[in-house]
Design a protein around this ligand. Structure first.
Ligand code: FUL
Length: 467
């Protein structure tokens, strides 16, 4: 009697789904859902045609006469980007805000007679548009005289972090690259990472600390490509997760530039990545449990170049078209088993286009299948699967089968899923599709399943064919 009462209340009996640890923080979840993030590399290099300035550049070179941060933000928003990360300071040490700790900044430039503040214009435009702000403050500073005098430079760096994190409203992501060059005195700088993290956690407790920080992991290349197997669950890093013994939630970020370099160079106006290339990157980043952090560098006028704007719009148009019609939406779904009868864990939830609902099994069941019988032939070339990562990443191995009239035929074998997996396949025609979960770390929790017929998948189908 008591047991059945408890069961009715939702305790025990496989009712409530326990998270499989570790799980993302609300900020990591928001960042993952954003999928598309924009990077903006802008600074003294924009005026010197270089990628890495050496810190001796004259601030008088900085004069983006038409600078309009609202143009950057409105293009980003229109084309689907939810966060934008600006290089407040790159390795050359030139600050896009009038830092009181250095003379090497916009305040000694002719732009707005030295009264301008690019960071201010950028964050204001983002906040107005509801876009999340990210700031890149390069630890490697080739201008600062104290670089290499470790305690002194660490204090200088924390002072700059403090300026950025107190004077500009909410910051959602702080981006640290790990570059660490020689100081002017030949000494190597020892960065005080724990001290930097503490400044950020104190001033902006909700900001994600990326790359050399604990919250977001660099994918390991600058091509925008994640691995086929991409776990957001990782062993702790000795510095970034100092003192933590258990696995951590540490998702991958794929940074890549729309051009050959990170900064704008006139000669690269004709070398903007092709639409196919960007689409391929999208499938290999967003489609592999990662996010796509695409760099779009403003030119020396302070504006996005027409070529880049055009390409961003083309990318948006193809993505909209590709994912407009989910052939599985609203179709009847059968499952190998369900955690409990009723709507809550129903297989139907994977085809309801509602990311808040999901299908799952009993705790002890770590495999299973979901099947849709369309009753007629359909054609698709993209399969989308999504786990409910707020309850942890679980699936280790899966396959997608189609009914060929007499038998089930496997068209794709995969490993991890995570937030989103997009599998590109040769266009197939079939009346029944089965999504088989072969192995999971705990009972699988699937929130969405989609089948699409995209006119352009960035060459991925051909690639699939070659394998
Ligand atoms: C690297 C830097 O060295 C590059 O210039 C660029 O900023 C890239 C995103 O990060 O660490």
């Amino acid at each position: 009697m008591l047991l059945s009462c408890l069961a009715l209340l939702g305790f025990g009996c496989n009712k409530k789904v326990a998270p499989h640890m570790p799980i993302p923080t609300p900020q990591q979840l928001d960042w993952q859902e954003a999928e598309l993030l924009m990077f903006i590399h802008f600074g003294i290099n924009t005026f010197t045609d270089r990628e890495w300035g050496d810190g001796t550049e004259d601030p008088s070179l900085f004069n983006p006469v038409k600078l309009d941060a609202r143009q950057w933000v409105s293009i980003a928003k229109e084309t689907g980007f939810k966060y934008i990360i600006l290089t407040a300071k790159h390795h050359d040490g030139f600050c896009l805000w009038p830092s009181k700790y250095t003379e090497h900044s916009v305040k000694n430039s002719p732009w707005k007679d030295g009264n301008g503040d690019v960071v201010r214009e950028f964050v204001d435009a983002c906040h107005e548009a509801g876009i999340k702000v990210g700031l890149y403050l390069s630890p490697w500073d080739r201008n600062a005289q104290c670089y290499g005098d470790s305690p002194k430079y660490n204090q200088f760096y924390k002072n700059q972090l403090t300026e950025l994190l107190t004077n500009y409203g909410d910051v959602a992501e702080v981006w640290f690259d790990g570059a660490c060059g020689e100081g002017p005195n030949g000494k190597k700088q020892e960065y005080d990472w724990q001290g930097y993290f503490q400044v950020i956690r104190t001033l902006q407790p909700k900001a994600l600390i990326a790359i050399s920080g604990p919250d977001i992991r660099w994918v390991g290349n600058e091509d925008g490509v994640a691995r086929e197997t991409e776990w957001s669950v990782q062993p702790p890093h000795p510095v970034r997760h100092f003192g933590i013994k258990d696995d951590v939630w540490n998702p991958a970020e794929c940074d890549v530039s729309i051009r050959p370099g990170w900064f704008w160079h006139e000669a690269d106006d004709s070398k903007v990545k092709s639409l196919d290339h960007l689409l391929d990157i999208y499938y290999k980043s967003v489609g592999r449990n990662s996010v796509m952090l695409l760099n779009v560098p403003p030119n020396n006028q302070g504006l996005f170049a027409e070529e880049d704007i055009q390409r961003l719009k083309e990318l948006r148009a193809v993505l909209d078209e590709s994912f407009k019609v989910n052939l599985a939406a609203g179709k009847h779904v059968q499952a190998s088993s369900v955690r409990a009868s009723g709507k809550k864990y129903s297989a139907q939830n994977i085809a309801d286009e509602n990311p808040a609902t999901f299908w799952t099994t009993h705790n002890e069941v770590t495999n299973g299948w979901l099947e849709i019988d369309f009753g007629e032939d359909i054609q698709f070339n993209v399969v989308k699967t999504e786990e409910m990562i707020s309850l942890g990443q679980r699936v280790e191995s899966y396959r997608i089968d189609i009914w060929n009239g007499t038998d089930w035929q496997t068209i794709k074998n995969g490993t991890t899923i995570g937030h989103k997996k997009l599998d590109r396949v040769e266009p197939v025609t079939t009346s029944k599709v089965r999504f088989v979960i072969e192995k999971a770390r705990a009972c699988p929790i699937i929130r969405e399943f989609g089948l699409y017929l995209a006119s352009n998948t960035g060459g991925g189908a051909t690639e699939f064919h070659k394998k």
